[in-house]
Design a protein around this ligand. Structure first.
Ligand SMILES: [Fe+2]
Ligand SMILES: [Fe+2]
Length: 232
């Protein structure tokens, strides 16, 4: 089972053009950013938005995009395999594992939809803002723009809450299955994922969005175009 710093490093091997070795020399984010992340994974109470706000938006976006891909292409599949393994070796006839399996199937679908919404709507809009800032010209269609503030307001925590509940229930059952190596591994995987998602959501809400809102305001003011347009 990987340690927390390995967990942070692993995600940076995901994403177009990234080095699959994911060693520290080839990280697509500054080393300082990486070390601050590792500290937060080791001790979530150290998370302070201000620490991360000092980095440019594209660094934050890079981290979030790599993390999305890491979840979709690796993490969700690994957890699913662990659950399937438990269901398959379910000698005690524990129907709870079947329930867990069904829960995770739904969970995976919902989390994937959440991620795709961000990848297809939010991130391209922020990329377009960055391009507009760089070129000092507005290159995106205002008629298609989203209101960032609405995205922030409807950023959903239901997914994290559901996982937290299931991890808690599993923790309560752990005494029953303390002999099962697969069960103990699954608990560790789920707890790490819960932590990972919580940090991810805070990075989106407390770091990315305030910076993107500021940039949007600046660009729209410079362009002297009124802030209006459709919601997401
Ligand atoms: Fe996300
Ligand atoms: Fe999100």
């Amino acid at each position: 089972m990987e340690g927390l710093s390995q967990l942070v490093t692993s995600r940076f091997s995901f994403g177009p053009g990234h080095d699959t070795k994911s060693d520290l020399a080839s990280l697509p984010v500054p080393l300082e950013f990486y070390y601050e992340l590792v500290d937060v994974f080791n001790n979530p109470s150290l998370f302070e938005a201000a620490h991360f706000q000092k980095y440019p938006i594209d660094v934050i976006l890079q981290y979030l995009k790599c993390t999305h891909q890491f979840y979709l292409e690796r993490r969700l599949g690994e957890i699913e395999l662990s659950i399937e393994n438990l269901v398959r070796n379910n000698e005690q006839g524990e129907h709870w594992f079947e329930f867990l399996h069904r829960f995770f199937e739904t969970y995976k679908t919902e989390l994937t939809e959440h991620i795709l919404d961000e990848e297809e709507n939010l991130f391209p809009y922020i990329d377009a803002l960055l391009l507009a800032e760089q070129k000092k010209e507005v290159h995106f269609q205002f008629s298609q723009k989203i209101k960032l503030i609405n995205f922030l307001l409807r950023h959903d925590h239901q997914i994290e809450d559901d996982l937290r509940k299931v991890v808690r229930i599993l923790g309560e059952k752990s005494g029953q299955f303390e002999d099962s190596f697969s069960f103990r591994m699954l608990i560790i995987q789920l707890k790490n994922f819960e932590l990972d998602l919580a940090i991810h959501a805070r990075m989106e809400e407390e770091v990315l969005m305030p910076k993107a809102l500021e940039l949007e305001k600046e660009i729209l003011n410079n362009a002297k175009i009124p802030l209006k347009g459709g919601d997401v």
